[in-house]
Design a protein around this ligand. Structure first.
Ligand code: EPU
Length: 422
């Protein structure tokens, strides 16, 4: 099993990083290709493990997928009728596989679509019942059999009104995709406004869909009979950008991230400024410079535009070194503090009560051998290892490779002493 060995402490790291395309934008966009009879071309694709798993899933459904890595491009054509079964092995390794439900339902509403349910994951229970209630509002019933959900609308899909009980990112994308080819108009309320969902809406509208905002979190979708051929450049990855800014933060150095719209990180940049770092913005690049007197923070995750839950384990690692008492409240997932036991083994002082973490900043962290348990936890532990005295080993880094492109190379380019052990 691959591990990283990081020698610390790395102090005042200086460097620039080109940010890749957003994984969480790329995955729904790839799933959306199912809606098209013509070729879809996606640019600025991050070649991370989850994207390759989505490629395998699309191929298993009958799509032709061409990867052109040097051009960061994927071409997908869906000329053949799709197989209507999404197998368990692909959904269990990557939960975003459920994003194929909506587009398959849109293309083949009267057929039976069989999708494996993903079950739980490291972050807690990952339910899809709101996705299914959304499909129901369009006229699609579902039944459960042997861990698979069967979805079908025997009278076709018809417009209606649906309100999500709480904000769900992939639930919003799934229902939007299910609705673009319906008869009539569908109103969806309380949708996610994450930049990745907006990116999907832009792509679909540029391809002939008719999706319009009629309120802050409400949209109306007027069904169209077909989408025209689609081409789209994926937005920069705000989670990756914040992660590398935090390499600068934890070493009190200077890191610049390029190819990222700073608006996607408004809240996160506000938090870094409040702690005391200097932030400067120039077009699509953000630079973090050292602060003199760093202060603890009280922060809370939430749906966009609040602090992204995916960025929480990252800022958590930074706060372990900021003098004073910081508090983080997690409001999205039931189990998002998996980095904490590992950070504590490196000398961090963190206590957890329900969904709140209290962090007492320490001057020094110490190296340790750690195990990563999910994607963002991997970067959280990497940050602590970068700042810790001595050599740390981080195993199960495959979690990190699911979502960070060229992880080792980018850290190396920043001057981090990092080696891969196979
Ligand atoms: N939820 C339900 N029922 C549902 C749907 C969601 O109870 O039917 C709950 C979830 O259990 C969770 C909350 O609603 O407590 C929010 O979950 P959401 O559906 O928004 O999460 P997701 O769409 O499954 C996406 C990202 C995650 C990111 C979350 C939150 C993708 C492919 N995944 O997941 O990204 O953490 O939104 O922003 O877009 C990551 O990249 O590391 C990652 C985990």
């Amino acid at each position: 099993m691959k591990s990283f060995i990081i020698n610390g402490p790395n102090k005042a790291i200086k460097g620039e990083i080109n940010i890749s395309g957003a994984k969480n934008s790329c995955l729904p966009l790839m799933a959306a290709s199912i809606l098209f009879k013509k070729k879809v071309i996606l640019k600025n694709v991050p070649f991370v493990k989850d994207v390759l798993t989505m490629k395998d899933l699309l191929i298993s459904l009958g799509a032709k997928v061409e990867l052109i890595k040097e051009k960061k491009t994927i071409k997908i054509s869906n000329k053949k009728k799709h197989k209507l079964i999404v197998p368990y092995n692909l959904v269990s390794t990557m939960r975003a596989g459920v994003l194929t439900m909506g587009p398959l339902l849109a293309r083949y509403p009267k057929n039976k679509i069989k999708v494996a349910l993903g079950g739980g994951c490291a972050l807690g229970i990952r339910d899809t019942s709101w996705h299914l209630s959304g499909f129901k509002s369009l006229g699609a019933d579902n039944t459960l059999s042997k861990g698979y959900v069967n979805i079908s609308a025997k009278n076709g899909l018809k417009g209606n009104i649906f309100k999500f009980p709480k904000v769900t990112v992939t639930g919003s994308s799934n229902l939007i995709m299910a609705s673009v080819l319906i008869k009539g108009e569908h109103v969806i309320k309380n949708i996610s406004l994450e930049p990745e969902v907006i990116d999907l809406i832009k792509f679909l509208n540029n391809s002939g869909a008719k999706i319009k905002f009629i309120g802050r979190r409400s949209i109306i979708i007027r069904g169209v009979s077909e989408l025209i051929s689609g081409e789209h450049t994926i937005i920069g990855d705000r989670i990756e950008a914040f992660s590398y800014l935090c390499v600068g933060a934890i070493t009190n150095g200077k890191t610049k991230v390029k190819n990222i719209n700073p608006k996607y990180l408004n809240t996160e940049l506000g938090i870094l400024k409040k702690i005391g770092y200097k932030i400067s913005i120039n077009g699509n690049s953000i630079t973090l410079s050292p602060g003199k007197k760093l202060k603890p923070a009280i922060i809370k995750t939430g749906p966009w535009p609040q602090l992204a839950t995916d960025n929480m384990p990252i800022i958590l690692a930074v706060l372990t070194k900021i003098p004073g008492k910081s508090i983080i409240e997690e409001t999205i997932f039931s189990n998002r503090f998996m980095a904490v036991p590992e950070l504590k083994r490196m000398g961090a002082k963190i206590s957890i009560k329900k969904n709140k973490a209290t962090i007492i900043g320490q001057k020094n962290l110490k190296s340790a051998d750690c195990i990563s348990s999910d994607l963002r936890t991997t970067f959280s532990i990497i940050l602590a290892a970068i700042a810790a005295d001595g050599s740390s080993t981080i195993s199960r880094i495959y979690h990190g490779l699911r979502g960070y492109e060229n992880l080792q190379l980018k850290l190396k380019n920043l001057g981090i002493k990092i080696k891969l052990r196979k």
